[in-house]
Design a protein around this ligand. Sequence first.
Ligand code: EAX
Length: 325
Amino acid sequence: NALNAAIAGASTLALAAVSFNALAAQSITVGHTTSDNSHYSIGVDAFKEKLEELSGGEFTVEEHPSGALGGERDMIEGLQIGTLDAVVTSTGPLGNFVPETYVLDLPFLFKDYDQARCVLDGEVGQDLLAKIGEHDLVGLAWSENGFRHMTNSQRQIKTPEDAAGLKVRTMENEMHMAAFREMDVHPTPMAFPEVFTALQQGTVDGQENPIPVILTSNLWEVQDYLSLTGHVYSPAIMLASPILWEGLSEEEQGWFIEAAQAGAAATRAEVSRLETEGLAELKEKGMTVVEDIDKSLFQEAVEPSYKGYTDQYGSEMLDRIRNND
Ligand code: EAX
């Protein structure tokens, strides 16, 4: 009888522990700037599913899309002070925190998606994730935004001369700004949550982003012309707060990394899908698309911006990326 009572007591305790765990599931706050039907959002869904599965419900995920928690720069700062747990962000503002990542933002560096994904999944990507870890941030996995294309409200851009004189919103990224200056474009750095209104009000003539962003953030509503310049590959990354990270066991950290990789895979698949289907949709929505672009003209125009990079950071990373193809 005493044994039975002990067993009953133990199972009640076990039950209590299970329900306590369910109640105490730690909610992970994840922010990003794109909409809740975007390539990033699809990645966050996959991250959530995987993290909940691996942790048996110990962690749950709360997504804050559409820049609800601020622009990408603000959110990265939020990670450092622990006001949010994780962010999916382009590398746009990341160089301001981790200059080693600037190499990824050089124009016409990656020749296609396969090469970019391969480099980010290889040693260069791993080394950069480690560097990020030295700057009060945790790099969980490389994800993807896509090749960036120019849009504007004024005219069809076929050559760099057509772009000259336009006021174009860029990310807060020195490499991008330097490249646009070489094209005689007036770069106007701005956080993404302000872009739609700036385009609508004519504060800037144009912007540049991958097809998934132009589509899901409705930039087509305020931009008539799209030119498939593909002038720079835009990596994305899932970053975590060091404050969250230090509180996790090694096993839990492993779950976060695996879940972030699942998220990145889902995001990349959506970027690939939208490269063709999203472009067709943008045409249906009335954008005039310039597809036949002689990219070598743009590449020549922005070439001098490489010197600014190598003068400051040397050419080692650049060579490693180039040799990976
Ligand atoms: O990461 O700021 C940008 O243009 C980014 O491409 C966007 O926030 C998605």
